[in-house]
Design a protein around this ligand. Sequence first.
Ligand SMILES: Cc1ncc(COP(=O)(O)O)c(C=O)c1O
Length: 352
Amino acid sequence: MIPITKPQFSREEEQTVLEIIRIGQLTRGKWTLKFKENFRDYIGAAYCHTVCSGTAALYIALKAIGVNSKEDKVIVPAFSFMATIDAVILAGGTPIVIDINETYTMNTAQLIEAIEKYSPKAVIPVHLYGQTADMDKINQVCKDNNVIVLEDAAQAHGAEYKGKKAGDLGDISAFSFYASKNLPMGEGGAILTSNPKLDEAISNWIEFGDHPALNLRITEFQAGVGYWQLQKLDENNEKRRRIAQIYNREFADLPGLILPHEAEGRKHVYHLYTLRHPKRDEILERLIEEGVGARVYYEYTLHQLRNAEHLDCEFAELCTKEVFSIPIYPALTDDEIDFVVSKVKKVVNEVS
Ligand SMILES: Cc1ncc(COP(=O)(O)O)c(C=O)c1O
């Protein structure tokens, strides 16, 4: 079975993990600092804080923004990993769920409607599958209405919008370094901002500051692995883009199949390569039988999952029934790519 994803490590990561064991500085050491500074500079933000997961990063970002009570509304897209909405609920706020568009990111027409109706404190655009949301429109409407923009960049390390990196497009951003991500550490996360007030608020939530705080630190092992993965991120993203190009070319004429759409001015880094087809369940079952590790991201919408207040999310609801993702990762060999291509062609043609 070709898995949906697989991390790839080399001698640098091995040697660094061994060095950390031998020296015995397991936390709060040089690798944590090195990773933090290098990731901050790579993204282009002024401040970076590492934490133990993407969920923790979203939660701390929301606390830093000042989301504390039910009156603090936060707009989220209907189609994302559950952490996007759970962080809002855990922070004490009220999530308001809106639909997505053909790029699987936030529907900006509905965002305007939701801001007028709910007067939210913050909006969380999710750069889903590796492609950024339409940030110019989102930033403009949020600025006009005094709403903070928190990017959920958990799936978008290295993705770009008009030449700027995801994570430096709003007021504050959250990343995940979970095992399957484009920059994997096993577990991990980061919060970035260029706003000194938000930076100070973040520090107060994760270091021992002026109110009770959580210990959400990463270890030196995670930071050491992350440092080397960061050095390879651009090269690995190019490999993902090349595979996506092959898939796009090979699948262009398959009946009923909708390919991922890279919007103009955006650089998609294909954390996931996601297709859509009305006969998704049948295709998924057949692909797995044929040895292709296809999976569904996501089988739920966030408003249905957490019974949240929402606008009409018809397209997201359709996506839960029609999307499926196929293997894409830098270590995929040409033979494996050919194998996936031939099986997808065979199965989609057969169900049509
Ligand atoms: C869009 C999105 N947001 C948030 C998270 C949460 O990250 P983590 O699993 O590191 O807590 C993830 C990934 O798992 C994600 O894909």
